[in-house]
Design a binder for this molecule. Structure first.
Ligand SMILES: Nc1ncnc2c1ncn2[C@@H]1O[C@H](COP(=O)(O)OP(=O)(O)OP(=O)(O)O)[C@@H](O)[C@H]1O
Length: 262
């Protein structure tokens, strides 16, 4: 398997601002290889540094130490082949759905209406091209963001709790739609989530970061068959075993982060 992204010796320390607060180490010596075409999830207690690590890989934050390699080359700053999807709604309210999807393509000078329409169709939003974001439900807006991300044709998808704000049932349906698209395209994905069930149903490997400072605690391969259907995956005896194995470690980290002793 080819290594797509190599995270080597990453450390991140945030300094006190103008003497206010304390400097603190958020990530400590993170070494992690992400393989081409792999779906890798990052989990861990709140505040353990998942988003910071994703932002460092995205080139949005500079690490205090360590290096990111992509295809064997050292990367500094934002990588043009990476696409990023945040938890918060980043659609521009004054643009139609089609224009929202086309905006990054215009920036890439690759503005193809057909590409945008193809991905809107793929996420089930055919016929909504000329609507504005405020006319769509939260789940539909999330699908527009997914279409916008995929239409850019990034080599790597960096996703920070992309479905975190959705209600439980919408989230399951969108996960399933995303899974279908991903299984066709098999792009490299780093996916941050709080939801262990989501991590297991989608991922090839799950990386658990320890509570502050974030270190790689365990890496668990998810050997559920693909293509996966959410119901089949959750019904598989291995699913429960994986859940219990990973939850044991995750619970410990959450307890540490909440300073629960005993
Ligand atoms: N710009 C910043 N300046 C100072 N501290 C920061 C900054 N950004 C993040 N932090 C701190 O770094 C730590 C890790 O934050 P991060 O958002 O990466 O954690 P997380 O694991 O993604 O959390 P959550 O699961 O709650 O989203 C937190 O203690 C946070 O307060």
């Amino acid at each position: 398997m080819k290594v797509k992204i190599s995270i080597q010796g990453i450390e991140k320390k945030f300094e006190a601002q103008n003497g206010v607060g304390k400097s603190h180490t958020v990530l400590d010596n993170i070494d992690l290889d992400i393989f081409e075409g792999e779906f890798c999830s990052l989990i861990g207690a709140s505040g353990c540094g998942k988003s910071t690590l994703l932002n460092i890989v995205a080139g949005l934050i500079t690490p205090s130490d360590g290096t990111i390699y992509v295809d064997g080359e050292r990367v500094k700053g934002i990588h043009p082949k990476f696409g990023y999807m945040f938890q918060k709604d980043t659609l521009l309210p004054w643009l139609t759905i089609l224009d929202n999807v086309m905006l990054p393509l215009e920036i890439q000078k690759n503005a193809k209406r057909e590409i945008a329409l193809h991905y809107l169709d793929m996420v089930g939003l055919k016929g909504f091209e000329n609507h504005f974001p405020k006319e769509l439900s939260g789940g539909m807006r999330k699908r527009v963001q997914l279409a916008r991300l995929l239409a850019q044709n990034p080599e790597v998808l960096l996703m920070d709790e992309p479905f975190g704000a959705l209600d439980a049932q919408t989230k399951l349906v969108i996960q399933e739609e995303f899974l279908k698209i991903w299984e066709k395209e098999r792009k490299t994905v780093i996916f941050v989530t709080h939801d262990l069930q989501e991590a297991i149903t989608l991922s090839d490997r799950i990386v658990l970061l320890s509570a502050k400072p974030g270190r790689v605690q365990t890496i668990t391969p998810v050997d559920l068959p693909r293509p996966r259907m959410l119901e089949h995956a959750m019904n598989n005896a291995k699913f429960n075993q994986l859940f219990m194995d990973i939850w044991g470690g995750l619970k410990e980290e959450v307890r540490k982060s909440l300073q629960i002793v005993s």
